[in-house]
Design a protein. Structure first.
Length: 422
């Protein structure tokens, strides 16, 4: 009887330990899944309609097409045989299990500061919380000499940093949380920091004024995030959580960021990101010119409303855009973005605006904004000259003062969109 009780006691202890281990794994898997969302791993490692993290997304680069890898736990096609240290080296240093270098389409220069605790949670998630995908992703084959992966050793020495995340010593915990998410997992600098001669980010943290100072991505203008003086903390959090706010709606690459990543993050983290961005000094302070802006806006709105002697661009606006964006160009708050003072409208490079006019745009459906608002594309309705006339008016109307757009610029964008569909 005593022996039986002893066996029952031992079995109970083993059962309790197993339950505790399972609960610990479940918590780590949930944490890792959240961190993978924060790192936007889905956007690059899952193709539309494909299996989660099976890789194969074609990423265009000046050197050729780079295909994202399979990061599911399949032992042959994926990363199932990676140790945790090998996983950490791939994420933070861009080094594969076989010792070969990854290309920096994988933003390991930004991920370098991910903490050991977060790496562990991510590893447990990918090994235990993701379904294996047995299909191998296509091999990346770049033109010579970029096909020689060993050359990335020199690139890493010149442009990457193997340093941990450095918090601000006197800043509140919320600000440092935002700094951590922006600098590391969020890899915001990968798009919003200008690139140098080696296609490297000119800065990896706020110690350099190039950091988050804006630039271009695939021909689209990318706005600066430093200080964001015209947006409040709420404006930023609304934009990240829903893809829209009183000023703008997402377009281009940012649509996927909201869809796959930001909308899944909790309010505290989104607010921390917003407060951190607001804390950065803006390169160009916004002047107090509200009265002049209002006067110019009203002048354009009155002229459009009267409808006399409108030029071609103004007529195209009234016939195609005014119903949603209104005569004052301010749109409908939280629904249709404003064109009056919009970043993508007034950018030096008009490619982003031309893209949206030609192919339209759609906001993602999110829990806080479930209705997906869509703008139709006008590529089949307007000629290159008409798109140029429309864009030129939008860029110069109301308070805007951006250069005109030519039919040649529109033709180039249209041809690029046609090539992407082939």
């Amino acid at each position: 009887m005593r022996l039986k009780l002893r066996y029952l006691l031992i079995a109970g202890l083993f059962s309790s330990a197993a339950q505790a281990a399972n609960q610990s794994d479940a918590a780590l898997i949930a944490q890792g899944e959240y961190l993978a969302r924060a790192g936007d791993c889905t956007a690059c490692h899952t193709v539309a309609g494909g299996k989660d993290f099976g890789g194969g997304l074609a990423i265009a680069s000046p050197m050729g097409v780079i295909y994202s890898t399979n990061i599911s736990p399949d032992p042959k096609a994926g990363i199932g045989e990676y140790t945790e240290q090998e996983f950490a080296d791939a994420v933070r240093k861009g080094v594969r299990r076989d010792g070969k270098n990854l290309y920096p389409a994988m933003p390991y220069p930004d991920y370098r500061g991910v903490t050991d605790a977060d790496i562990h949670a991510l590893y447990v998630y990918f090994m235990k919380g993701v379904q294996p995908v047995a299909e191998k992703a296509p091999e990346t084959s770049l033109m010579f000499p970029f096909s020689q992966r060993w050359g990335m050793w020199f690139w890493n020495k010149a442009f990457a940093e193997d340093k941990p995340f450095t918090p601000l010593p006197t800043a509140p915990e919320e600000l440092n949380r935002g700094k951590y998410l922006v600098e590391t997992l969020g890899h915001c600098g990968s798009c919003h920091t200008p690139r140098g001669i080696g296609m490297q980010e000119k800065a990896l943290n706020e110690s350099n004024s190039h950091y988050l100072a804006g630039g271009e991505l695939n021909g689209w203008p990318v706005p600066a995030l430093r200080g964001m003086p015209t947006w409040s903390v709420k404006d930023i959090t609304d934009y990240l959580a829903t893809g829209r706010n009183d000023f703008a709606s997402v377009g281009g690459e940012m649509t996927g960021v909201v869809e796959h990543s930001m909308q899944h993050m909790n309010d505290a983290d989104l607010q921390a990101i917003a407060r951190y961005l607001k804390s950065l000094p803006a390169d160009v302070p916004v002047k107090n010119r509200r009265a002049a802006v209002d006067q110019e806006t009203q002048k354009t709105a009155d002229f459009l409303t009267q409808g006399h002697n409108l030029n071609a661009g103004q007529m195209l606006y009234m016939n195609n855009c005014e119903a949603c964006h209104w005569t004052d160009g301010n749109g409908a708050k939280g629904i249709f973005p404003r064109l009056n003072g919009g970043d993508i409208v007034t950018a030096d490079n008009p490619t982003g605006l031309i893209n949206i006019i030609l192919q339209g745009a759609q906001t993602p459906s999110t829990p806080k904004a479930p209705s997906a608002m869509a703008m139709p594309g006008f590529s089949g309705r307007l000629s290159d000259e008409q798109v140029a006339q429309l864009a030129t008016f939008v860029r110069s109307g109301w308070s805007n003062d951006a250069p005109r757009v030519s039919a040649k610029e529109v033709k180039k964008v249209r041809e690029s969109l046609s090539a992407d569909k082939k």
